[in-house]
Design a protein around this ligand. Structure first.
Ligand SMILES: NC(=O)c1ccc[n+]([C@@H]2O[C@H](COP(=O)([O-])OP(=O)(O)OC[C@H]3O[C@@H](n4cnc5c(N)ncnc54)[C@H](OP(=O)(O)O)[C@@H]3O)[C@@H](O)[C@H]2O)c1
Length: 379
């Protein structure tokens, strides 16, 4: 007969007995506080599940605990909004306009930069006297310098708490082959070079306040769905923000990236995109037009209509989903690095961007028309 003692079995039994004793004690407390047979049977059920699946139960409880802790951390806010200045670019319309009014309503000292004078006076008429407007073209260095002087005079020694790089444009957008270098420049100058120049110009004021930079990128900075400068510019904003975040954390400055899905604003207006596609098509040499087939432009237009249709059913016109993310990045004690805004961003485009290229290529090709003549040649 084998006389050897199996210590692992004994240790296991001891642990089990201790566990049962402790759980009896917890059950006793549970019944004392909640009372009744329902709580007792619920406890027994939970207890049996925990005993039969110890590893999964531990993982489950750890996940719950981590989520609760994350939620608490995420909802902590900074205080004294009335002493904090926030500069937002591109406030004539869309996200910037709504954010300016919302932050003004919450007591922030908002400096709303508009491209046009009309935009600035329309916004002033909707906001409190606390909100200041200024004219800023992010592609014009002299305009940026003037804005820095105006903001410096406004914020004084406090410095600038928030800079929201929101100004942007989408067109020209369309097939890459239809573009000229100038078309890329038009978009890159506003969406990327503008963001870089404005950020560099305001960094000294942001450092003073140990403030926040909020850069508006897009899901098109994760997944290039179309040609032209737009996706390039948003990929660039992602890269610029990532390096800035790592460098600026030493100075107490947080950098957040907003990645909205599709929302109904001027940058997604189908009539403007359609009219610009027509302009690009008409200036193409005949041999390029022939390679796409005469019906391609109409397919593109239909595609824009399909996009409009999908915008209607997929995306909420509620742009406050985006401004909520911007506000959180400015007011949270621990702002997030990236904010996906809109369910299409969270559940469709961003997950799609992680899939292998052949999957994302297949899905995006379903959304874009194929050149007719080349399709025939393949057959
Ligand atoms: N809507 C979406 O689905 C979506 C999705 C992802 C990302 N985004 C991004 O979100 C940001 C805001 O866009 P939005 O959707 O709110 O569209 P929007 O209403 O067109 O807002 C863009 C603003 O930028 C201004 N702007 C254009 N060029 C400028 C320049 N050179 N200098 C200063 N301001 C300039 C525009 O002024 P004018 O109105 O006078 O032209 C407009 O007020 C953009 O960066 C856009 O790329 C939008």
């Amino acid at each position: 007969m084998d006389e050897r003692v199996d210590h692992t079995k004994i240790n296991g039994r001891v642990c089990f007995c201790l566990f049962v004793r402790w759980s009896c004690l917890i059950q006793f407390i549970f019944v004392c506080f909640l009372g009744g047979p329902v709580s007792s049977s619920l406890f027994l059920f939970v207890f049996q599940v925990v005993l039969s699946h110890p590893a999964s139960s531990c993982a489950f409880f750890l996940t719950i605990l981590t989520s609760i802790l994350w939620f608490i951390r995420d909802s902590l806010k900074v205080s004294s909004f009335p002493h904090r200045h926030v500069l937002i670019t591109g406030c004539d319309s869309g996200f910037g306009n709504l954010l300016a009014r919302q932050l003004d309503g919450r007591g922030f000292r908002v400096i709303a930069a508009c491209l046009t004078e009309e935009g600035a006076s329309a916004l002033s008429s909707l906001a409190s006297p606390r909100l200041k407007t200024l004219q800023l073209d992010v592609t014009d260095s002299a305009s940026i310098r003037r804005a820095v002087e105006a903001v410096r005079a406004e914020v004084g020694e406090r410095g600038l708490w928030g800079l929201v790089n929101n100004a942007g444009r989408s067109i020209p957008i369309g097939p890459t082959e239809w573009m000229q270098l100038e078309d890329f420049r038009k978009v890159l100058d506003v969406n990327l070079i503008g963001v870089i120049e404005v950020t560099l110009a305001f960094l000294p004021l942001l450092k003073k306040a140990r403030g926040r930079v909020v850069n508006v990128a897009s899901i098109l900075g994760r997944l290039a769905l179309t040609g032209g400068g737009y996706c390039l510019s948003k990929y660039g904003v992602e890269a610029f923000s990532d390096s800035l975040r790592r460098e600026m954390q030493h100075f107490g400055i947080n950098v957040s990236i907003i990645e909205p899905g599709f929302f109904k604003t001027a940058v997604t207006r189908p009539d403007l995109i359609e009219a610009d596609l027509r302009r690009l098509w008409t200036r193409l040499p005949q041999d390029v037009k022939d390679s796409y087939g005469a019906s391609y432009i109409n397919d593109c237009k239909r595609n824009v209509k399909a996009q409009d249709f999908s915008l209607g059913i997929l995306c909420s016109p509620d742009i406050s989903k985006v401004t909520w993310c911007m506000s959180h990045a400015l007011t949270a004690r621990f702002p997030r690095t990236r904010y996906g805004a809109g369910w299409d961003a969270k559940f469709l485009w961003i997950p799609l961007s992680y899939l292998p290229s052949f999957v994302s290529d297949f899905i995006t090709n379903l959304l874009l028309p194929a050149p007719k003549n080349e399709k025939k040649k393949k057959e």
